[in-house]
Write a protein that binds this ligand. Structure first.
Ligand SMILES: [Zn+2]
Length: 88
């Protein structure tokens, strides 16, 4: 079972990004997402490099929403952070 990244759409997350996943359809989400979605995975997306629980809750810096991160990532040309492991 793999999960889709809410930032870039890559369907290769190994664990759910947050304890409540997928988010309720009527949820109004804003970072930090653990306040509404529970425990973050701290997994780093292999495609866009978003880290759930860190990029949206950096502690000392401004939290970055999925939408903000996606816009910034697309502006950089939607690069792969690391190539997907096809060897299994
Ligand atoms: Zn991603």
């Amino acid at each position: 079972m793999m999960y889709e990244c809410p930032v870039c759409g890559y369907a290769g997350l190994k664990v759910m990004p947050y304890g409540v996943w997928p988010p309720p359809v009527d949820a109004e989400l804003s970072p930090p997402y653990d306040e509404s979605l529970g425990r973050p995975s701290y997994e780093v997306c292999a495609r866009c490099r978003y880290e759930f629980g860190n990029d949206d809750n950096p502690g000392t810096a401004q939290p970055v929403s999925f939408e903000e991160y996606r816009a910034e990532w697309e502006a950089r040309g939607s690069p792969w952070f690391s190539e997907p492991d096809t060897r299994n």
